[in-house]
Write a protein that binds this ligand. Structure first.
Ligand code: ADP
Length: 279
């Protein structure tokens, strides 16, 4: 780890990027990427991320929003943002981000076509992250939302070392995404401890898939339990957003059309927008 630290560029600003928001979750499959598209600042889950980025673009149309998929092992942004091309290289030898719904995106999923990343280790992951951060023409990006992989491993350390985070206003902080079951909360708590150690501000917690409404009787069921609030209190994190389990969100992920675009007036989208406004 010491060797890797020495080889990495340390906390340099990213050309063309004003603010960075990370979106993180301890456990996979809790909806980080789904959320992130909607966030303006640092951390969100994949489904969360996609909706956050697009919501951010809706609440701040004059701002340039970028979405960086730092999950080199399981990139999901190309599917969720419906971007499947390979980026072009400009005259400065930088990759040009792909754009959909007004959001600039860059993902390992657009650079490799096979599963070779699954066997990558340490330095290779760090090299790839550095390329995704600094080998891209982010030109005038007001907010860069970073979708991080699940866990507390190499990628997070690499990001924490590589991004101009602590004590620097460029990084707004990390948004934690989790579901409510104990299996997820334990890992989420470890993630929170890691971010605190790395001195990355925690912007809030998103409890994803919080309730499921019965389509027949409208009864709301806390399918994964409701212990996230307890965790937030214990960890002294004030801000908590709840997003229900909604088939429109699942369909939006699979079809590459975020719910922010397909159902702009829905109550779920109001939550994503308030999250974007809050950030
Ligand atoms: P992570 O990034 O945490 O691994 P994803 O964002 O990829 O998780 O979410 C996993 C899947 O769960 C997505 O493909 C999406 O279809 C679904 N999903 C996420 N959040 C919701 C939600 N609130 N309602 C319905 N489906 C959701």
């Amino acid at each position: 780890a010491e060797l890797m630290r020495k080889k990495l560029p340390q906390k340099r600003p990213i050309n063309g990027v004003d603010h960075i928001i990370l979106v993180a979750s301890g456990k996979g499959g809790v909806g980080k990427s789904t959320t992130a598209g909607k966030l303006i600042k640092i951390y969100i889950n994949v489904y969360c991320i996609v909706n956050l980025a697009t919501a951010l673009k809706c609440v701040a149309p004059n701002k340039d929003v970028g979405l960086l998929d730092a999950d080199v092992f399981g990139p999901s942004i190309p599917l969720m943002m419906n971007l499947h091309e390979t980026p072009l290289i400009n005259n400065d030898n930088l990759m040009v981000p792909l754009i959909n719904y007004g959001v600039k995106c860059m993902s390992m999923g657009n650079l490799i076509t096979d599963q070779s990343a699954a066997i990558w280790r340490g330095l290779m992951v760090m090299g790839a992250i550095d390329k995704l951060i600094r080998g891209v023409s982010w030109n005038h990006t007001d907010y860069l939302i970073v979708d991080t992989p699940p866990g507390t491993g190499d990628t997070h350390l690499s990001l924490a070392q590589n991004l101009p985070i602590s004590g620097d206003e460029i990084i707004l902080g990390v948004l934690i995404v989790t579901t409510g079951q104990k299996a997820a909360l334990g890992v989420t708590r470890r993630g929170i401890t890691m971010f605190k150690k790395l001195k990355i501000p925690i912007l809030g917690i998103v409890q994803n898939m919080s309730t499921m409404k019965c389509s027949k009787c409208s009864h709301e069921n806390f399918i994964f339990g409701d212990s996230v609030q307890e965790l937030a209190i214990q960890e002294k994190i004030d801000t908590l957003f709840s997003i229900p389990l909604d088939p429109n969100i699942t369909n939006g992920c699979d079809s590459g059309q975020p719910i922010v675009i397909t159902h702009p007036e829905s109550s779920q989208v109001k939550i994503y927008k308030s999250l974007a406004e809050y950030l």
